[in-house]
Design a binder for this molecule. Sequence first.
Ligand SMILES: *Cc1c(COP(=O)(O)O)cnc(C)c1O
Length: 395
Amino acid sequence: MSITIDKFLTTQLDELKAKGLYNTIDILQGANGPIIRVGSKDLINLSSNNYLGLATDERLKKATIEATNKYGVGAGAVRTINGTMDIHDKLEKDIAKFKGTEAAIVFQSGFNCNMGAISAVMTKSDAILSDELNHASIIEGCRLSGAKIVKVKHQDMPDLRLKAKQTVESGLYEKVMYITDGVFSMDGDVAKIPEIVKIAQEFNLITYIDDAHGSGVMGKGAGTVKHFGMADKIDMQMGTLSKAIGVVGGYVAGSQKLIDWLKVRAKPFLFSTAITPGVAAACIEAFRIMSSEPQLMERLWENGRYLKDGLKNLGFDIGNSQTPITPVIIGEEHKTQLFSKRLKEEGVYAKSIVFPTVALGTGRVRNMPSASHSKQMLDQVLSIYSKVGRELKII
Ligand SMILES: *Cc1c(COP(=O)(O)O)cnc(C)c1O
């Protein structure tokens, strides 16, 4: 006898709740800016990916409204039927220019971009070497492609070289790809692009960098690959329009041939309606602002440094982040969750991240400072961290 859906759901939900793993969602009453209102309380927000504050930028809002008035609220069709408007085309050209590649293609989200782009290029005759800490959307994209997946130890270049050699020399696969996050969002560490390029050249690997957390942050906004000056050495640079760019969507930047192929093979491009005109216009404005206002990126990094120095001086373990992402490593899972809860009660919204998202015993509260936080806000954060840290005997 098969079980009913109700029985399945009840069992699963009860089990999650019993283990304390059931997530209840906080609802924001207003914008996701440096201060957010949750319930009836204003909290300093250190949990959003709105790195540059563009999600609430007046110029982006104006661009969205104007485009909505001109083109309507929806694109009306998938890109390949007649959902491609001149603003979609302009956005793709602007992204390619900003990234220093020949062309770019835009998707409705970073998640479906990875699903669509990886599976359009890789097949069951191929193999993908994948960093073990890659984002869920990369893992799904790899699975969907049907390629053999070979896990590579996190940021371990000798392991990458060994696995590349074994995989290529096995002679079992037509193509071999290496895929990695450009910036890992749990620790803030950065992919070793120059070493990756060297190994890729030695074994003729296809290279794919998911720069969801690098775009708008690294390389004066143009990402991790640009940061290392290697835009012409990485085959596929993926990014999101949902994080630093402040809106929603995803893209791949690369050669004209690659983009031509994705436009005829990537499923979400062919079978899911195009991003709305308002989204396209806001993104165009975001790239314009990033090109002309490097001080936005500078402020983000300065705030990151200020927060890191402050937390370190208080005696917290902030790991080895190379970006503004600032984890505070607490360790034990329950204590980590309690720490985050106490921060919230005191006025700071910073989420706890525990097993299975990160390794057991490395629970952390993750802080995402942005360009739009003021020094005063960060000082308040530090004073609350100091209080809660002493209370829970962490410092
Ligand atoms: C957030 C994220 C994505 C998904 O991007 P969305 O635009 O939010 O769908 C993909 N990859 C990585 C590494 C991410 O952090």
